[in-house]
Ligand binder design. Structure first.
Ligand code: AMP
Ligand code: ZN
Length: 138
């Protein structure tokens, strides 16, 4: 458990949380500022800061738990779809530094919008970036 981590405190029962699912490695609880009705978070019990830091076993357990939760939300709330979202680091909107997956039920009439505008790329740009990524190896 990391000192001062609010998600570690929710897992430990030291802060309130509306827990909706849990297993050996993960806990799921409702987001305090829901983007849509049913918005929940799935976290590993073991503290890790973000996507770059989390152990493979916890990452696997967390995505499996996210799908289990999505199925449960589907049964309970009958949404029209889901977004599973992770924010890694502040530039990507991360505000709580204990790895988590957002499970966001989507409804045809909800107000959420795609956060980028598809606008193509200059000729050769995608291939050039792909080559850089391949060259970086594993
Ligand atoms: P992110 O910005 O991706 O790091 O997501 C952090 C999420 O945690 C936000 O959607 C917050 O609304 C949510 N959050 C912050 N504090 C709490 C809390 N005490 N209980 C439940 N959700 C929280
Ligand atoms: Zn933590």
């Amino acid at each position: 458990m990391a000192e001062e981590c609010i998600f570690c405190k929710i897992i430990a029962g030291e802060l309130p949380g509306e827990i909706v699912d849990s297993d050996e490695r993960t806990v799921a609880f409702m987001d305090i500022n829901p983007a849509t009705p049913g918005h929940a978070l799935v976290v590993p019990r073991a503290h890790s800061t973000d996507l770059m830091d989390i152990a493979d076993e916890d990452l696997e357990a967390t995505i499996v738990a996210a799908r289990r939760l999505a199925r449960r939300i589907e049964a309970a709330l009958d949404p029209d779809g889901f977004n599973i979202l992770n924010a890694c680091r502040p530039a990507a909107w991360q505000t709580v530094f204990h790895f988590h997956l957002h499970v966001i039920p989507r409804y045809e009439d909800d107000p959420l919008k795609l956060p980028w505008i598809p606008r193509g790329a200059e000729e050769g740009q995608i291939a050039a970036v792909a080559e850089k990524i391949r060259a970086a190896g594993a």
